[in-house]
Design a protein around this ligand. Structure first.
Ligand code: FES
Length: 246
C-alpha cells in the first residue's frame, strides 16, 4: 500500500527548516540517550514530531529515520500501526469517541453520530476553525465509565450525546473544561510532547492525575469480601481463590 493510500504524503519528504531540525535533534538526543539501543526510542520520537506538527508527516518520518538510522519504510510501518499517531493534522483538541462494544451499546455509537452531525465533520476530520478533530476509537480500558469520550487522551466519563455536544462547544468557544479524571487539558501538540517523555511543567498538573475511581475498584472490593450496595451477598475469597457466598 502506498503512503498516499495510508493517508501520508508521498515520500521523499523535505527536511525540517534548519532551526527546527536543530531544536528537534537536541530533543531527540535526550530521548535516545534513555535507551540501550537507539531504535527503542522510535515511539517517543514519533510523539516528538507529532508535537511539532500535530501529526506524523513525511518530514517527521524522515527526521525519525535519520536520527535512528532506520529506513523511512521501517518508521512508516510503526507510525501507521499505532493509532495514537495521526496521519492528518489534528485539531487543537482531538476528540475520541469510544465505539467499542460496551461503549457502543451504552450510547457511544449515538454520541459519535450526533457529534459528526453537530460538528459537520466525519471520522478523522477537523473543524474549519482547527479547534476540534474527531475520531472513533477502540476500547480505552475505561468500560466501567462507559460511554467514554477522550479529549487529547484525557477521560470524560459517562457521556451522553448532549454532554458530548456541550463539551465540543465549550472547546471551540475556548471555555475551560475539566476531564473527569486526570490532569487538566492541554493542546494536542502539548500532549504529544508529554507523551514523548518530557516533563509536565504546568504547576500542580502532575498531582491532578488522580487514582482509580469507585467503579474501577468495585471488583477489588468484592474480591476482598466487601458487600457492595446492590449485591446479594459479599463474596469471601479463600487463599486458593475459591469464593463462597457470605
Ligand atoms: S468499550 Fe469503551 S472504554 Fe471499553
Amino acid at each position: 500500500m502506498s503512503n498516499v493510500e495510508l493517508g501520508l504524503p508521498a515520500l521523499p519528504a523535505k527536511p525540517y527548516p534548519p532551526e527546527v531540525h536543530q531544536r528537534l535533534a537536541a530533543d531527540a538526543r535526550q530521548l535516545i540517550a534513555r535507551y540501550p539501543q537507539s531504535r527503542s526510542a522510535l515511539l517517543p520520537l514519533l510523539h516528538l514530531v507529532q508535537a511539532e506538527e500535530g501529526f506524523v508527516s513525511a518530514t517527521g518520518i524522515r527526521f525519525c529515520a535519520e536520527q535512528l538510522e532506520l529506513t523511512t519504510a521501517e518508521v512508516t510501518a510503526v507510525a501507521t500501526f499505532y493509532s495514537m499517531y495521526r496521519r492528518r493534522p489534528a485539531g487543537q483538541y482531538h476528540v475520541g469517541v469510544c465505539t467499542n462494544t460496551l461503549c457502543a451499546v451504552l450510547g457511544g455509537d449515538q454520541i459519535f453520530a450526533e457529534l459528526k452531525e453537530h460538528l459537520g465533520i466525519g471520522n478523522n476530520e477537523t473543524t474549519e476553525d482547527g479547534a476540534v478533530s474527531l475520531e472513533h476509537i477502540e476500547c480505552n480500558a475505561a468500560c466501567d465509565y462507559a460511554p467514554v469520550v477522550m479529549v487529547n487522551w484525557e477521560f470524560f466519563d459517562n457521556q451522553t450525546p448532549d454532554s458530548a455536544k456541550q463539551l465540543v462547544d465549550d472547546l471551540r468557544a475556548g471555555r475551560e473544561v475539566r476531564p473527569t479524571r486526570g490532569a487538566r487539558l492541554c493542546t494536542f501538540k502539548e500532549t504529544a510532547r508529554l507523551l514523548a517523555g518530557f516533563p509536565d511543567e504546568r504547576p500542580g498538573a502532575v498531582d491532578e492525575s488522580g487514582a482509580g475511581g469507585a467503579p474501577s475498584l468495585a471488583g477489588l472490593r468484592l474480591a476482598k469480601g466487601e458487600q457492595l450496595p446492590g449485591t446479594p451477598g459479599a463474596r469471601v475469597v479463600s487463599p486458593r481463590n475459591e469464593g463462597t457466598e457470605a
